[in-house]
Ligand binder design. Structure first.
Ligand code: NBX
Ligand code: IMP
Length: 830
């Protein structure tokens, strides 16, 4: 440690919380403007206003943050650490106000100062430190853990560049960097005193000490420093403020003056730049593994700094007695991205703390729990042995040792079965040997969970079948959830208020109370208000669409939304095929369907994912043709909204009527967008995949549109030699649609542009779009019939909200806690 964490203040500074009066708030904002930013009424920009108001909000967070951390120490609480390479936080301003219970006060003060909460919110950059569902789930979990008063910490990387910005130019995705820290973030607190060295490369030297004990030493390494930045995570209307600690890479040379003094100055500066690239940028892949050295180093960098911090905190109360470590700490691994932590904790306990292998292994397996988020084979992390051995020479030894002990156990359990050893081995044999991080995570954890009932079943029956046979008690399900604060209170205040008027405000902390809305579904004056809220939300989105895309959409049309990462398994293409087929129906007879439709797409494609990018171009090309064809009487519009992320989701979801959740059954682990839509009164059209299955159970079959093959039927189709070409040949409208795409109807300047898409559908169709096409078409016709009857639709909309109670991340976190972590809530006194 280069900078002591020892406090130098000897007086008591806990003087209670700041006054929440409008006067104090105003004073605090003006103080920040005047003293922190040195601005006045002649020079304050929009950014200055945002900064000074945000800093005033942070003052309220800071005092609660300190008190929360002090209380955890004083009460020697058991803690949970949520380790994730991604935290998709979005904006913090409005969410902090709502959680602090200061929304109305700030609203008034800010108006008095000549601004508005909306304007201030617009000046904030999203913290986009994640790709999609997995990263946003981590953010929802932080909110729930703080709301439930659990001593919880998020740990991750402070990427200088988050998920790229997406622009659409000529229908194509263009990526530009996301410099979210360009003007600094008012929410983060740099902590230069929390600074840890992280080692890479080098070799392991073995020896025996005076007592004959075998010693391993990591030598010849180079190191990078990890410096902490903290972000406060407030609970909803309690005094808890938990901590999200993100690590930034700093050159270790910065802390070594002689390097600059005696070395080559230019070399010194360029070395510094190279080491600091470690935390520069988030890898923009979603559900795909890319075996890059820099990514492996990111994973280890944050894991190593985090475990050093956890051990430091533990030792403050337990010194070198590690026997209580797993009683005091739970570590949850968000997928396998941080799974190297299992080898790292073993290394710390054995090489640094001097514990035996067996003691260390018992502590490790009792501490770790692993959450799987995908069954897609291309997403599973499998690091090549050569790379791992080069970057982490000690860890590869530890992994081999874990594996050899584990395989002896397997051999004892399944005598004579040699195949099972190969299937369960952490080391995958082959020309280029690989370390299966999923297998390591399962072996090193006491709990393995999937993220929906269906997905957890698939894990047990197929993906991790052998492990389930060996340790059935390790496996469990934790159906995902979303925080009702951001995904209803903050993003849809009008609906939120209407619900509170009807059933009281307790639903915000106990979402199961939404059940009480059920009788209101038949109350016509309530339903009128409900409809009005939705229409107002749609009007706002229509304005936004006009501004960004120049397309005029009818707020009376059905807002049909598919917003998520672009991926073949999510089948945005099936949605596009439907839009073209619908266009063909309307071309033939504009009166054939008397329901107007606006199809809204949003989503980023990984920059290296060729097919996903071509799908974006296709959606935009189809939109161009259809939106400009007067023959269909404005019955159908298609828009692709650029730069989908948390903030855009908060605009779209409250305005949606129809939620598209149409992945091939068995591929989407859970989905969480599906839950956000239902909570905001949209009806789902979906397959029996992921959490859709549970949404169906909660809202009832009359209030959701289910179509297509279920996961068993998908498996049967695939094993009996699925041939998509037969569907093409026998379904006329499908044939017409595919022929239009392949003949250049949507690409007049290059008839072959979309051939890769049509060829892959005709001759492979890995995700069975053709097999589900007819059922999807029929179900969409049913949707139209029901949408034109406003009364019926609104009733179903209310039933969807009433049935969403299960999908609060508070419920999910309560289950993690009672089944896996077993923490006692620690309330923070005012
Ligand atoms: O995790 C997602 C699943 O696809 C969703 O079904 C699920 O609801 C969600 C939360 O459980 N997975 C996901 O978002 N994965 C990634 O973003 C990802 C990122 C990097 C990577 C692999 C996967 N290397
Ligand atoms: P950490 O949990 O050790 O990382 O410390 C986080 C914060 O908790 C510190 O900044 C202090 O505000 C508080 N804290 C740390 N140590 C103690 C202690 O021994 N008693 C009470 N509060 C503490």
């Amino acid at each position: 440690m280069h900078n002591s964490q020892e406090s130098v203040i000897k007086i008591e500074i806990d003087s209670g919380f700041k006054c929440k009066s409008r006067d104090s708030i105003k004073k605090s904002i003006l103080n920040h403007l005047t003293y922190t930013l040195s601005k006045d009424k002649f020079s304050a920009t929009k950014l200055d206003i945002y900064m000074s108001v945000a800093l005033a909000v942070k003052d309220y967070l800071s005092e609660r943050w300190s008190k929360t951390q002090r209380t955890y120490h004083n009460e020697k609480a058991k803690r949970v650490y949520y380790l994730s390479l991604e935290f998709l936080m979005g904006k913090s301003f409005l969410n902090s106000l709502v959680n602090l219970g200061l929304y109305d006060e700030f609203n008034d003060v800010v108006k008095e100062l000549g601004s508005s909460l909306e304007e201030i919110d617009a000046a904030e950059f999203d913290a986009g430190l994640g790709n999609g569902g997995l990263g946003r789930l981590a953010a929802c979990f932080l909110d729930s853990m703080a709301t439930m008063e659990l001593p919880a910490y998020g740990y991750g990387i402070r990427y200088e560049y988050g998920i790229f910005f997406q622009r659409i130019a000529n229908g194509y995705q263009i990526e530009t960097p996301d410099p979210w820290l360009r003007y600094g973030s008012p929410w983060e607190i740099p902590r230069p005193e929390y600074l840890y060295p992280v080692k890479f490369y080098g070799y392991v030297q073995t020896s025996t000490d005076a007592e004959g004990k075998y010693i391993c030493e990591w030598k010849g390494f180079s190191d990078v420093m990890a410096m902490a930045y903290d972000i406060p995570i407030p609970g909803y209307k309690n005094n808890t403020v938990n901590n999200l600690r993100l690590w930034a890479a700093k050159s270790s040379r910065d802390f070594d003056l002689s390097y600059f003094n005696h070395g080559n100055y230019e070399q010194a500066v360029s070395d510094k730049v190279i080491t600091e690239t470690l935390s520069k940028v988030l890898y923009p892949n979603d559900n795909v593994f890319e075996g890059k050295e820099l990514r492996l180093k990111q994973e280890y960098f944050f894991v190593s700094a985090t475990l050093q911090d956890i051990v430091r905190r533990y030792k403050k109360s337990h010194a070198k007695d590690f026997s209580r470590f797993s009683d005091m700490n739970a570590i949850q691994l968000n997928d396998t991205h941080p799974a190297i932590a299992i080898a790292e904790l073993m290394r710390l306990l054995i090489d640094i703390e001097g514990l035996s292998w067996d003691e260390s292994w018992a502590i490790t397996t009792k501490t770790f729990a692993y959450t799987n988020h995908t069954v897609l084979p291309e997403a599973l992390e499998r690091w090549s042995i050569g790379l791992l051995a080069k970057v982490l020479p000690r860890h590869i030894q530890i992994i081999f040792e874990i594996n050899s002990r584990f395989l002896s156990e397997v051999a004892g359990k399944f005598p004579g079965d040699n195949n099972i050893l190969g299937r369960m081995s952490i080391i995958e044999e082959g020309e280029d040997k690989k370390v299966s991080m999923a297998n390591l995570a399962i072996v090193g954890s006491h709990s393995v969970n999937g993220v929906s009932a269906l997905h957890s079943g698939i894990i047990k029956d197929t993906l991790f079948k052998d492990f389930y046979l060996m340790w059935p008690e390790k496996f469990n399900n934790k159906t995902n959830g979303i925080t009702p604060r951001r995904w209803l209170t903050v993003c849809n205040p009008a609906l939120s208020n209407l619900i509170t008027e009807a059933i009281g405000e307790e639903w915000v902390k106990d979402l199961s109370r939404l059940k009480k809305l059920t009788p209101f579904a038949v109350d016509s004056s309530f339903c009128e208000k409900w409809e009005k809220v939705k229409v107002e939300n749609k009007n706002r989105l229509a304005e936004y669409i006009l501004k960004t895309n120049g397309v005029k959409v009818d707020p009376q049309s059905i807002f049909d939304c598919q917003i998520k990462r672009i991926h073949e398994y999510k089948r945005q293409l099936l949605n596009v095929l439907h839009a073209i087929s619908l266009y063909n129906i309307l071309k033939e007879n504009p009166k054939a369907i008397n329901c107007k439709r606006t199809v809204i797409f949003g989503g980023k494609a990984a920059p290296g994912y060729y097919t996903a990018k071509l799908i974006i171009k296709l959606a935009n090309s189809v939109a161009d043709v259809i939106n400009n064809d007067p023959a269909i009487d404005d019955k159908l519009k298609i828009v692709f909204l650029a730069n989908y992320g948390v903030s855009l989701a908060e605009k779209i979801i409250p305005a949606a009527n129809l939620s598209e959740q149409i992945s091939t059954a068995g591929t989407e682990a859970s989905g969480t967008g599906n839950m956000k839509f239902a909570l905001n009164g949209a009806l789902t059209i979906g397959t029996l995949d992921g959490a859709n299955v549970e949404i169906l159970e909660e809202v009832g079959k009359d209030n959701i549109f289910i179509f297509g093959h279920d996961s068993n039927e998908v498996n049967q189709l695939k094993s009996s030699g699925y041939c998509s070409y037969n569907y093409y040949n026998s379904i006329d409208s499908l044939k017409q649609t595919i022929n239009m795409i392949s003949s250049g109807f949507f690409s007049r300047d290059d008839a072959n542009r979309f051939k890769p898409i049509t060829d892959s559908l005709l001759y492979n169709d890995h995700y069975l779009l053709f097999a589900d096409y007819e059922s999807y078409m029929e179900t969409q016709r049913q949707v139209e019939k029901e949408f034109v009857d406003k009364k019926i639709w609104t009733r179903k909309s209310v039933f969807n909200v009433a049935g969403s109670g299960k999908f609060s991340s508070d419920r999910t976190i309560a289950e993690y806690n009672s089944d896996i972590w077993r923490l006692k809530p620690v309330p923070i006194k005012p």
